[in-house]
Design a protein around this ligand. Structure first.
Ligand SMILES: [Zn+2]
Length: 491
């Protein structure tokens, strides 16, 4: 039941939104859960949290949502994502070779895609994330027109942390270790025309997105994203960290994604890559390394000691067969007190933006690799997706838990899904059974952006049709089409 307007105005505090009769999973330090709880929201912040009987009598709300016993948790935080790739989802064949498409597809694609198309893809990504319970994402710095991304995020109402486009100063093809720096310099390879070409270009762009942080209440903020994987000189890395530190924001970069790029970094630096980054002063609790699938013992120790965050994107490694979940140290580092957030990476590197999927993969692969049922439990991965993510994107003081004073980024699930019945332990049932299927209502920054399964502020079917049309036209312009797969199943 959903009611508008006050029922009893005597001796009460006015608020904008009241969610009653929810099973609240607060994700506070104590892991508090409130079985029949209420959350009140004034403006964009949480004003009251507690048992329904206590909270509901104290306030009068402009709108009340009856959760009817459904679980309510903090919005999930996406820590590694390329939002604009969403319009090229599903274009690669099952036998496509990853190294080949970087030169042959992605770099030329950046010269073809328009701002309107980037915005369209970011809309698609944002709609998908909200539907799956994600209320905030940190973009990895590969949207060329960040204003298009910001506008898309605001249209859908999702919190976004954007990075300057392509902070790199070395040939892009060094990525994946497929070419040495010398070879890459000698060889004519595609360059992204609108991206920086050298250190001077990169420094001219660096820090531009931080202008968004001048408004402390902004829905779209900025951080420093460095592409990484061999594409940044030491001078650029050091300067990027200096700028991030001065602004109090996260420095985010790809690191040790595949065995090949990790080996290339090791050759280049002549030692474990993370030791080198530590010597450069890059590693601290305001730096987030995306992937970090291949770490030595010493490097795993460094992650724990320095507090550097890892954005674990299990599907991205599994989809391309890089062994990240077999060799990754993420679960071990989490158990040792290090911080882990979860990431979906991109279309064609995990294909959907559903952090519940990443949470499930994290838990299952950790248990399987360690042959230990308790290695990660449901609460661990939900915490990675909320508190862990909030810390990794530099917003833990504002989001990541349901506590008074924090921004109201909330996800309410419906019990009207078979996967959440019978009503037993809500966290186990969410992680192991329902995941994003039961997401019903999503609040971001105090605003109801998904209301009982419907986007109240936009026409989703019309928007999806337009996004699809634009993507098809773009692919035709590139001479690309999504071909049926030449690899049938093996039976
Ligand atoms: Zn990435």
């Amino acid at each position: 039941m959903d009611t508008h307007g006050p029922t009893d105005t005597s001796d009460t505090t006015p608020v904008d939104l009241l969610i009653r009769h929810a099973h609240i999973i607060t994700m506070d330090d104590a892991g508090t859960r409130i079985p029949d709880g209420a959350v009140a929201i004034a403006g964009n912040r949480i004003s009251h949290v507690g048992p329904d009987a206590d909270v509901a009598t104290k306030i009068v709300a402009a709108r009340t949502i009856d959760a009817r016993g459904g679980p309510l948790h903090p919005g999930l935080v996406e820590t590694h994502l390329h939002a604009s790739f969403q319009s090229i989802r599903g274009v690669h064949l099952e036998d496509t070779i990853e190294d080949d498409i970087l030169d042959a597809f992605y770099l030329p694609w950046f010269d073809v895609v328009t701002s309107e198309e980037e915005g369209s893809a970011c809309l698609l990504a944002s709609l998908e994330m909200i539907r799956n319970g994600t209320t905030c994402f940190m973009e990895a710095g590969t949207v060329l027109d960040t204003e298009a991304a910001a506008s898309a995020a605001r249209t859908v109402g999702i919190r976004a942390v954007l990075g300057d486009p392509f902070i790199w100063d070395r040939p892009a093809s060094v990525v994946q270790g497929k070419a040495s720096l010398e070879t890459a310099r000698r060889t004519e390879r595609p360059r992204v025309q609108r991206a920086p070409q050298d250190l001077e270009d990169a420094l001219a762009v660096l820090g531009g997105e931080l202008r968004r942080n001048e408004d402390p209440e902004a829905l779209v903020t900025g951080h420093i994203a460095v592409n990484g994987l061999g594409t940044a000189s030491e001078a650029l890395l050091v300067e990027a960290k200096r700028v991030a530190r001065a602004a109090g924001v996260t420095l985010d970069m790809h690191h040790a994604y595949s065995p090949a790029d990790t080996a290339a970094d090791r050759d280049r630096y002549g030692r474990d890559p993370l030791i080198h980054l530590a010597e450069l002063g890059i590693l601290d609790s305001h730096t987030t390394l995306a992937h970090a699938n291949h770490l030595t013992d010493v490097e795993a120790d460094l992650v724990v000691e320095t507090g550097v965050n890892l954005a674990w994107a299990p599907a991205a490694s599994m989809l391309w067969g890089h062994g990240g979940t077999l060799h990754g140290r993420h679960a071990e580092i989490w158990r040792r007190g290090g911080n882990i957030g979860l990431g979906s990476d991109s279309a064609n590197w995990s294909n959907d933006f559903d952090l519940f999927k990443q949470a499930m993969l994290a838990l299952l692969t950790a248990r399987d690799v360690h042959q230990d049922r308790t290695y990660l439990v449901a609460d661990d991965v939900l915490r990675m997706a909320t508190r862990g993510g909030a810390r990794a994107v530099g917003l833990e003081d504002r989001i990541g838990s349901i506590e008074v004073g924090k921004k109201a980024d909330l996800v309410l699930h419906t019990l009207d899904r078979p996967e959440l019945r019978p009503v037993t332990d809500m966290v186990r049932n969410l992680v192991h059974a329902a995941r994003s299927k039961s997401v019903r209502t999503v609040v971001v920054d105090g605003r109801v952006v998904l209301d009982d399964g419907v986007f109240p502020h936009l026409d989703e079917p019309a928007l999806l049709a337009r996004i699809d049309e634009r993507a098809q036209a773009m692919l035709r312009r590139m001479g690309q089409q999504a071909l049926p797969d030449p690899m049938p199943g093996r039976r």
